[in-house]
Write a protein that binds this ligand. Structure first.
Ligand code: ADP
Ligand code: MG
Length: 435
């Protein structure tokens, strides 16, 4: 029997690897041990690609970890977790069903009396504020309303554990704020079966306002960097000093995880050999960020910048990391400072920028490796799949498709690589050798 002090869910030394189409393994999480206690709201915070969804799917029993074990109330979890209800980032609603029908879908398979189904659906609709929309079809609903349907669909299952995978991240700021408050109230009010929450997010404020415990994941492979206990009373006042200080602490950990000031020690003989992955950031946004930083005197603080731009601070940090790899910025502590090169880059016209980008990109180890690989081919071209194979060898802990995608986007801009969508071939851009 589970008591107040025994965990609802537990993971012990869990790791997970996916087998890619190439046959190679991609290790996405490693050595994860955690427990979800009764009446707890556990938030897992981490950059995209750090294995958060994988972790949640393991807790829900949707996938079996390739290492370690998952437990439900002390017993090994061997199939879909019967005590978990899920909410996803995009609630895949069936377009030909109306709101009520979509909400009742999960109950249909349970062969409950029709009157009970109706009763439970009505209650769920009331709880999430969808009264009046019972007959509406998904196409008539805003993103926020669709997510409410997704939430109702989970509540109606009347399960003790609610798992939410970035449920607010596709919504606009106001809709996200509203729904976040409601999820918190549903849990706190104890009007539902929900005893404990597991929320996946990459938003620090969200983590701090909802989590009674916050786990920060680092990536490649995803591992728990730190766990914060958060005893601030609900509802939390985001303007209070205690809240701000918690947010600062979490932010420091994440910053250190993404753009470390003290890189892990590497023997000097090896350090020249380290291959760094290119962070998967949109190039135009990264350049936009450099322009904004330049506009405020060449220096910005990552978190303040994120708030000002209403962007996710993790995304800003990844862009900073990308720019740092190219020597366009320095990132001491939380600051992002344009280097001389960065200043010249921003001041240049498009051709000047491309030329500098070309040079900087070619300094990266991973670019050199791909260049060498392509040079060794007869026609200076190699299939996408073969490139993936090699990238997997160079960067065994990264997602090779994402790395190649980013390399090609950057390579096109810097005229280093190109990709032919029809032939699916990656080629070396020798069209106009930049002198
Ligand atoms: P997050 O939710 O933190 O963004 P995910 O758990 O979705 O992370 O993914 C972690 C990594 O695993 C990513 O690089 C992703 O591309 C890869 N991945 C996720 N699902 C699969 C799958 N079914 N097969 C292969 N790779 C996968
Ligand atoms: Mg995810």
């Amino acid at each position: 029997m589970a008591t107040q002090n025994s965990p609802l869910l537990e993971l012990k030394d869990v790791g997970h690897s996916y087998v890619l189409d190439s046959g190679q393994k991609l290790k996405v999480i490693q050595d994860i041990s955690l427990s979800l206690m009764p009446h707890e709201s556990l938030v897992v915070l981490g950059p995209s690609g750090s294995g958060k969804s994988t972790l949640l799917r393991i807790l829900a029993g949707l996938i079996e970890p390739t290492q370690g074990d998952a437990y439900l109330r002390g017993k090994p979890l061997e199939s879909t977790n019967p005590e978990v209800a899920m909410v996803f980032q995009h609630s895949a609603l069936l377009p030909w069903f109306n709101v009520q029908e979509n909400i009742s879908m999960g109950l249909r398979s349970q062969r409950l009396p029709e009157s009970e189904v109706r009763e439970r659906v009505k209650r769920a609709i009331d709880l999430v504020g969808l009264e009046g929309f019972e007959e509406a079809y998904p196409r008539e609903l805003s993103g926020g309303m669709k997510q409410r349907v997704g939430l109702a669909r989970a509540i109606v299952m009347e399960r003790p554990i609610l798992c939410l995978d970035e449920p607010f991240s596709a919504l606009d700021v106001l809709a996200a704020e509203g729904l976040r408050k409601e999820v918190l109230n549903l849990w706190l009010s104890r009007k539902t079966s929900i005893e404990s929450l597991v929320l996946i997010t990459h938003n620090i404020i969200e983590a701090a306002s909802i989590g009674s415990r916050i786990l920060v994941l680092g990536s490649s492979p995803g591992q728990i960097k730190i766990s914060f206990k958060n005893d601030l009373p609900y509802p939390r006042d985001e303007r209070s000093a205690a809240f701000k200080s918690l947010v600062d602490d979490i932010h420091d950990v994440i910053t250190e995880a993404i753009i470390p000031d003290t890189p892990e020690w590497v023997p000097p003989a090896l350090s020249a050999n380290i291959t760094e992955a290119v962070p998967p950031v949109p190039l135009n946004e990264m350049i936009g960020l450099l322009e904004i930083i330049s506009g405020q005197g060449g220096k910005a603080e990552a978190f303040t910048l994120a708030q000002k731009l209403m962007k996710d601070s993790v995304q800003i940090l990844l862009m900073a990391k990308a720019a740092e790899l190219l020597d366009l910025v320095d990132t001491p502590k939380n600051a992002i400072i344009l280097t001389d090169m960065g200043r010249r880059f921003v001041a240049s016209d498009i051709n000047g920028r491309k030329k500098m980008f070309h040079e900087q990109l070619r300094h990266l180890k991973v670019t050199k490796l791909l260049e060498r690989l392509l040079e060794s081919q007869e026609e200076l071209t190699l299939s996408w799949d073969d490139c993936i194979q090699s990238i997997q060898e160079w960067l065994p802990n990264e997602n090779p498709e994402q790395v190649l995608d980013t390399l090609i986007t950057w390579g096109r801009y810097g005229e280093v690589f190109g990709y032919n969508d029809d032939t699916k071939m990656v080629y070396l851009d020798r069209g106009q050798e930049v002198s």
